[in-house]
Design a protein around this ligand. Sequence first.
Ligand code: NAD
Ligand code: MG
Length: 353
Amino acid sequence: MKRIALLGATGSIGRQALEIIGAHSGLELCAAASGSQPIDGLAPLTQAGGDLTELLERAQPDLVLNAVVGFAGLPATLWALERGVDLALANKESLVAAGELALAAQRRGGGRLIPVDSEHSGAFQCLEGRSVDQVHSLVLTASGGPFRGRSRDELEDVTPAAALAHPTWNMGPKITVDSATLANKGLELIEAHFLFGLPYEQIDVVVHPTSVVHALVRFRDGATLAHLGYPDMRVPISYALTYPERSATSILPLDVAGGMTLEFEPPDLTTFPLLAHARKAGERGGTYPCVFNAANEVAVAAFLEGRLPFLDIADVVEDALAEADGSAARDLEELFAADKAARRHVEDALKVA
Ligand code: NAD
Ligand code: MG
């Protein structure tokens, strides 16, 4: 029996994880947490808000599924990595913001870090533990979001409701807005860099509107492996929870004879500059990815509250990156300081605007 602690249990990933755990006799929920909404009777140890690492300490799980949204998921990510407890990671923001610290914690702890993000789960499966020197490049696919094909002029008056109408994935509000701006793919680029140890020039992004191909790995011998499946997060969630087994799910196999065509196009970095800002932040390293993430979190929240126009999300993030010194964080305290400074910078800019 694998004992699972589920953080972010009331969210989009959390609810799908509950379905997978409930249907699997080898998985047991030993702890569940949410940000503020109460969780009734799900697990012996449940918690709404507060310090998630205290809950983990009491629960002593075999695996932590971190499905918290945002930087708030960082202490739980580090808790699991430091102790060698297997970590199924949906909370990409923690790895983006604290990549070096997280990997150092994993080296000390020795546990597994299994991605839940669909592209990274796909890439993880294509790579299957092969050393990166066999890899020519990794390709992450992006749906392009609800505004694919639009120009900047057409995005001036975008409402939160329009940004929240994602064409292929049904997700929480923050990541849905990130998908509309392509910030999500930017976060995923940095996430992939840390997960797979690949330099940024070996990670490409391509737009693939139907989200059937999740990732492609091109190898040095000219072969390319791709991961395909319907856009359904229960597949990567199940994979991460049951790894290294591949347990049965109720999801239908892919129907390839039914006239499926696969289309790819380059991302439009003029209309969606956050992907380019993320790449640059990743390449510069240090705390630039942390600043990118923090500024984006504040800007997205402001957009959803109607305080910031859609196109200004990218401007605000670019400005925060320009202001930051970006020097590497030697410890968690310095990382929290970089995160806090970026948030304060954006909040101040929003007050002036
Ligand atoms: P969501 O908004 O639906 O759910 C977020 C969960 O986190 C909720 O349970 C909420 O209560 C909890 N939470 C928020 N703040 C918290 C805090 N301070 N402390 C503890 N818990 C807190 O979000 P989601 O769509 O499920 O996404 C969760 C994570 O998974 C994000 O990092 C997202 O990028 C990633 N992800 C999601 C999807 C998806 O399909 N939804 C796909 C890939 C990756
Ligand atoms: Mg993804």
